[in-house]
Write a protein that binds this ligand. Structure first.
Ligand code: PNS
Length: 161
């Protein structure tokens, strides 16, 4: 049984994330979307809200689940009997950071493999940060997040204004 972890902050989940999730679900028996519970990052959405937004976006996927984690990613992966961590790569700058993370995670636990998946070109410019920026400035971000969560994101930003 192959289990992979797809970790991130997902504040909020974007179409780019969803593309990686869908493709990962074709490669592994189970994909665990692991939401980092780290208040130091000062997220817009609470960890429970981020989990709900992801769940709303993946209702058609049967081999994927969402969990939160804190502490080290490799420790969470081991607890879940996962053998791989999936990271999406959009740009060279993503690679530089992710390469360092992959090496560190390898040093911490040599049994967990990091797999890089190249983001679909249509989504390579999307990040949670740009979604929040466009939404807060009143721009159209409907193509950037899963349609199931568009209204939730819009309302949250509206409330915060
Ligand atoms: O979506 P993000 O914020 O780029 O995701 C970053 C994440 C959650 C993958 C990364 O911060 C992480 O793995 N944090 C857990 C702590 C850890 O294990 N750090 C790496 C060891 S140096």
């Amino acid at each position: 049984m192959s289990i992979a972890i797809y970790p991130g902050s997902f504040d909020p989940v974007t179409c780019g994330h969803l593309d990686i999730i869908r493709r990962s679900c074709k490669l592994f028996d189970t994909v665990i979307i692991a939401v980092l519970n780290n208040s130091a990052k000062n997220p817009l959405f609470s960890v429970d809200e981020r989990i709900e937004l992801i769940k709303k976006s993946i209702t058609d996927l049967t081999n994927c689940k969402v969990m939160y984690f804190d502490g080290l990613l490799v420790d969470f992966a081991k607890q879940q009997s996962a053998t791989a961590v999936i990271k999406g790569l959009r740009t060279i700058s993503d690679f530089e950071y992710e390469y360092q993370m992959a090496q560190l995670n390898k040093k911490l636990n040599a049994n967990i493999e990091t797999l890089f998946m190249v983001t679909n070109a249509n989504y390579s410019y999307i990040s949670s940060s740009v979604v929040k920026e466009i939404a807060s400035l009143g721009g159209d971000f409907s193509d950037l997040v899963p349609k199931e969560i568009y209204e939730d994101v819009r309302q949250k930003i509206e409330k915060g204004r």
